[in-house]
Design a protein around this ligand. Structure first.
Ligand code: DX5
Ligand code: ZN
Length: 218
């Protein structure tokens, strides 16, 4: 099971991009603490989203924790701009070839929390050497690039493995899941050991945000 009280991080990607500030207010008014910011480069993933300028312009409008997911082939080139823009966590992917450890250390040297992400087809072993360096492991439950995709349930075993390692190694990183998360899939992930749920489509489409939050974090 999870080791911390579960958190919900709505993904701004599913909000109206002409009114991102309003989306932040919706999240904040619902009493949540985190917002998930999806950064895409059109290369590591086949889509584009927004960049540091957007974070920097949003930053003064919100007290939310900026949980920032870098879907970039070369994340090491963009740590400083995102840290300066107000990201409070920068989560980088394990799949591309760049200096992962140096990049995690660079993130932390800038006073920002560091996370490592892995796609659904990547075994947990790939991130094991880095677990002592991060405060969050992001287990993707879809192949990244787009909101509104279906949850891949085979990731549940990997979440269990990560949760076992967390307790065996005496570490306390959060396990975050991202992609196709709703009340049902969120519960399955929490039972496997996840304690941070990203929800884009299901959160923004929920007519009653309070009821949705109560159910998904119950
Ligand atoms: C997918 C992104 C997700 C996305 C989730 O590439 O990393 O954060 O916004 O969207 P839903 O919750 O709609 O699957
Ligand atoms: Zn994401």
């Amino acid at each position: 099971m999870a080791n911390s009280a579960p958190l919900l991080a709505p993904s701004l990607l599913a909000g109206n991009h002409a009114a991102l500030r309003d989306s932040l207010s919706i999240i904040e008014n619902a009493g949540l603490e985190w917002v998930h910011l999806d950064i895409m480069d059109g290369h590591f993933v086949p889509n584009l989203s927004f960049g540091p300028q957007t974070l920097s312009d949003l930053r003064p409008n919100s007290k939310l924790f900026f949980d920032t997911h870098l879907m970039l082939s070369e994340p090491h080139r963009y740590i400083e701009p995102f840290a300066k823009a107000g990201a409070q966590r920068l989560t980088i992917h394990i799949e591309p070839d760049y200096p992962h450890l140096d990049t995690l250390r660079k993130i932390k040297s800038m006073g920002v929390c560091a996370g490592i992400a892995l796609n659904p087809n990547i075994p947990a072993e790939r991130v094991k050497p880095l677990l002592g360096e991060v405060d969050l492991v992001l287990a993707m439950t879809v192949f990244p690039g787009f909101g509104g995709q279906s949850f891949i349930s085979s990731v549940l075993d990997k979440i269990k493995t990560l949760a076992e390692w967390r307790s065996q190694l005496g570490l306390n990183f959060r396990i975050e899941v991202d992609g196709g998360i709703n009340i049902e899939t969120g519960l399955a992930c929490r039972q496997a050991g996840a304690d941070a749920l990203v929800a884009g489509t299901s959160f923004f489409k929920a007519p009653d945000k309070a009821a949705f939050i109560k159910a998904i974090l119950a």
